[in-house]
Design a protein around this ligand. Structure first.
Ligand SMILES: *Cc1c(COP(=O)(O)O)cnc(C)c1O
Length: 464
């Protein structure tokens, strides 16, 4: 008991194992933009701030639950609290002219049908589908496209189960925001376990399945089982690694502790592990604050007890975590709790990017300074990495070569595996925030992969 208490020095209310029995079930209660007026904490905010939230949540997804309202947000530190900015839309997330257009409609009490065209125009201006997700990543089976899946990198297939296309709450910066605002056209989803298994069986080069969303952990255990159980069949033995992308440890840790099918979902993970699969729970944490509650720590402990690994990833975000000390503490906490830091991402070119973006030069500085503060066990996080059209491009550093200041870059993943791990160089640009802003260094006209990428793209689009 004492040893365990020492192992969890930040935790005030127990040691995790003994504590398991003490977690009272919590009712999952959500609020969307239609129920803003019913959130007690919001009602206590100044009128002007309430109005801003109302306006921006017409455009960007908004969904919170009672756990995040009561346990994560520090209501004495509004609006600067990072958890508040993670969950609540802020005025500056829309461009001023867009904000004004929507504000005008809200003020005049416009009907939903009057608002719709304006909201659509604003959303369309926010690049709802970055990095060729709608066409370039689309897999085909027997000449038919599979819209609930994406296959961008040889080894890994992404699957979007239709019951998992929401989250327990929404992040204001989410790059998949367009899926959550009710536009069915913008949603990838598949309810076809057979299609998934058929596609995987036809692709022996695929070692990893990444189940994503939304959040697959909003699904009932029996639905999740419907998709995952079949992976234990001999014809899918080549799919050795099953990843589940989820923010549930932050937004609803009760999923693994007291929810009615908490034990069923854990039993499924354990079965997959016992069948010889590597089960990787890809947890999304933006800030160490998300891991401070006893129920989150208990959920982490229970998932790890199944034999599944937990790896962690998150984008670097202005206003939320653009601070080396925050990342260092986050990574240290994760390692202490038995998780493996995996990726630091650069915020993508979609949604409220202008609000969250951090210049690449500064992103690298934050990454480096955070790395300098942690032991080797936490230095497993790669980044800062841009999930761009051609692949995942990592900023390895800034240096000077023959008097020219440059970014050193490499592909962590590429549409063509041949691009991976070759260092390449871009002219230093203090303000660049995304790959297309960069120009090749040393007078080159193009980056080494550009022609090859153009060919790949033309080939792929010809097939659709
Ligand atoms: C990041 C990513 C993957 C997984 O890449 P790893 O380097 O194996 O983590 C797969 N597909 C897409 C579309 C991705 O963005």
């Amino acid at each position: 008991m004492e040893a365990l208490a020492r192992a969890f020095p930040h935790e005030e209310s127990g040691d995790g194992i003994e504590a398991a029995a003490h977690f009272a079930p919590r009712e999952f209660k959500v609020y969307t933009h239609r129920q803003l007026d019913r959130i007690r904490q919001v009602q206590a905010l100044p009128e002007a701030q309430q109005f801003d939230i109302k306006v921006v949540s017409q455009v960007l997804p908004f969904r919170v639950n009672e756990y995040v309202l009561e346990e994560l947000i520090d209501w004495n530190n509004i609006p600067d609290d990072p958890m508040f900015r993670l969950l609540f839309p802020q005025r500056e997330m829309l461009k001023p002219e867009d904000f004004d257009a929507v504000a005008e409609l809200v003020r005049s009490g416009a009907s939903a049908s009057e608002m719709a065209p304006v909201i659509k125009r604003v959303r369309d201006g926010l690049n709802p589908h970055p990095a060729g997700q709608m066409d370039l990543n689309l897999p085909m089976l027997d000449g038919e496209p599979l819209p609930g899946m994406q296959h961008k990198y040889r080894e890994t297939v992404l699957f979007f189960p239709s019951q998992g296309q929401v989250c327990h709450s929404y992040c204001t910066f989410c790059f998949r925001w367009a899926q959550f605002v009710g536009d069915k056209e913008l949603r990838f989803a598949s309810s076809e376990a057979d299609q998934l298994h058929g596609y995987l069986a036809a692709h022996p080069e695929v070692s990893d399945l990444l189940v994503t969303g939304g959040d697959p952990m909003v699904m009932k255990a029996r639905h999740l089982r419907g998709y995952l159980e079949g992976l234990m069949k001999p014809e899918l033995a080549h799919v050795t690694n099953i990843r589940i992308g989820s923010k549930s440890l932050t937004f609803w840790p009760y999923r693994f502790v007291t929810d009615p099918d908490a034990d069923d979902v854990l039993a499924l993970l354990r079965e997959l592990v016992e069948a010889g699969k590597h089960v990787a729970f890809m947890a999304h944490f933006n800030h160490w604050r998300e891991m401070e509650t006893p129920v989150c720590r208990e959920a982490i402990r229970r998932i790890r007890a199944t034999g599944a690994q937990i790896r962690t990833q998150a984008p670097l975000l202005h206003h939320i975590n653009d601070d080396a000390g925050v990342w260092a503490r986050m990574w240290r906490t994760q390692v202490q709790l038995g998780m493996v830091p995996y990726y630091m991402f650069v915020e993508r070119d979609t949604g409220a990017q202008h609000y969250f973006e951090v210049p690449l030069a500064r992103a690298w500085k934050i990454y480096r300074e955070a790395m300098q503060q942690v032991s080797g066990l936490a230095r497993t996080a790669r980044g800062p990495s841009m999930s761009a059209d051609p692949g995942k491009v990592e900023i390895q550093g800034v240096t000077e070569i023959n008097g020219e200041k440059v970014f050193v870059l490499r592909f962590i993943q590429g549409r063509n595996p041949d691009w991976v791990q070759k260092p390449f160089f871009a002219k230093y640009d203090e303000n660049a925030t995304w790959l297309p802003h960069l120009k090749p260094a040393f007078g080159a006209e193009k980056f080494f992969y550009e022609e090859d990428f153009a060919d790949l793209k033309a080939e792929k689009l010809a097939l659709i």
